[in-house]
Design a protein around this ligand. Structure first.
Ligand code: ZN
Length: 419
């Protein structure tokens, strides 16, 4: 959940509005979003220097932003005249970090949509939440009132300490990155897992690509449904899951476009680059921000009854891929999915060096032997590499980013364009 005090009034005021969205028609939700975006663009042109150059340009004709574009244009040119804001620094996974401002009013509405996420997941406000995070989280005002009670455990502690603390906290809700949850599962004894499962009602994941296989694996092991969330520092939450496992866009906060290689929109159902406009943000409006992920809008209405449109993420971040000798790019999803189908394999981590050689580091399940696991993994993956060299080695664990997420794939290979 978001940080700091001071957003409480906005959160309370926004909560009613955010919950009411669930009863609106899809047409009504979209109409309201479009009207708010028109007003938002008017604000941007009048008050945010960068947009002064684009009078009367509709949203879909404004240039697409990305981190390097913002840096090149000058971060301060995106600042709006809002004195009351919070500061977030983007994770430097792409090597470039920018300081993002979020105005408290927009943050308040975001908080309200998080409450909506919890309620959609079947949460009851008195259920204890245990959150595994690489850093501490401040206590929120409503937690002092006894609702959304939360224990935060540092996921960077030794695995056995994390497991002990999780058991002691007796959670109904467990929140963590998928990698942290899988590590927890390997650390708990069968008896301990039984104790945890007795009280647990729901698992909430975020921040890492959750493949369908990984979701099923977690749901089976913990014995409860898994609800994922998709967010980025710059635009906060983009979508969260319904009970049917579909990701619904927070259309009352963000406008999502999926663009093809030519920069135009691709038809619903087709994959492209995810571009997000957080249209309630007035401290630092980033209109049409390319978050760096591939995904698709999902056509049609969901069986869960939500009026919010659906999307799905494809293969993880666009900048996280290996390049095969054929020139084809391959994201982390193929490697992770192959891992899920390899008996005895707990995790895998992909590294491509400057010569193009792909090394996959295999983390084994307890008691598993390397050779048969490696053979099994090779059989899953080798056929998809177009003949690119791959070697398999054993590893203790998956490396983490500064933000505590799994660094599943990196590549130092930069083939020449004409090669
Ligand atoms: Zn749904």
């Amino acid at each position: 959940m978001s940080s700091g005090g001071g957003v409480s009034l906005w959160e309370l005021g926004s909560l009613v509005a955010a919950l009411r969205v669930r009863r609106r028609s899809p047409q009504d939700v979209e109409r309201r979003a479009r009207a708010q975006i028109r007003a938002f663009l008017g604000y941007c042109r009048e008050h945010v220097p960068y947009y002064a150059d684009y009078p009367d340009v509709p949203l879909e004709d404004l240039p697409v932003l990305a981190k390097p574009v913002v840096v090149a244009a000058g971060v301060e040119r995106f600042h709006g005249p809002v004195a009351d804001y919070l500061v977030d620094r983007t994770s430097g996974t792409t090597g470039l970090a920018i300081e993002v401002r979020h105005d408290r009013r927009a943050y308040g509405y975001h908080g309200a949509t998080i409450v909506r996420r919890f309620l959609t997941a079947g949460y009851r406000p008195w259920w204890p939440i245990t959150q595994l995070k690489p850093f501490d989280r401040p206590t929120r005002w409503f937690q002092r009132l006894g609702v959304f009670p939360r224990t935060v455990i540092r996921s960077t502690l030794p695995d056995a300490d994390v497991a002990r603390a999780v058991l002691a906290s007796r959670p109904r809700v467990l929140m963590a990155y998928p990698l942290v949850l899988r590590t927890l599962l390997r650390t708990l004894t069968p008896d301990e897992l039984d104790r945890l499962r007795c009280r647990l009602r729901v698992v909430l994941t975020d921040s890492e690509l959750l493949t369908p296989e990984a979701r099923t694996q977690l749901a089976d092991a913990f014995g409860v449904p898994v609800f994922d969330e998709y967010s980025a520092y710059e635009v906060l939450t983009v979508s969260s899951d319904c009970a049917l496992g579909h990701a619904h866009v927070d259309l009352d906060r963000v406008w999502v476009e999926v663009l093809g290689p030519d920069g135009g929109p691709v038809p619903a159902g087709e994959e492209g680059d995810v571009v997000v406009t957080h249209y309630r943000e007035r401290a630092m409006p980033l209109v049409r921000y390319r978050v760096g992920d591939r995904g698709a809008l999902v056509p049609g209405r969901c069986g869960c009854g939500s009026p919010l449109p659906r999307m799905r993420l494809a293969t993880g971040r666009t900048d996280e891929h290996v390049v095969l000798i054929s020139g084809r790019r391959l994201g982390a999803a193929l490697f992770l999915r192959a891992g899920a189908y390899t008996p005895g394999l707990a995790e895998c981590m992909v590294r491509q060096d400057a010569t193009g050689l792909i090394t996959v580091h295999l983390v084994l399940e307890r008691g598993a032997e390397f050779e048969p696991v490696a053979r099994g993994y090779d059989a899953q993956v080798a056929g998809s590499l177009d003949g690119t060299r791959m070697r398999l080695v054993e590893a203790d664990r998956v490396e983490l980013t500064a933000a505590g997420k799994g660094r599943f794939l990196t590549s130092d290979y930069r083939p020449r364009a004409d090669a």
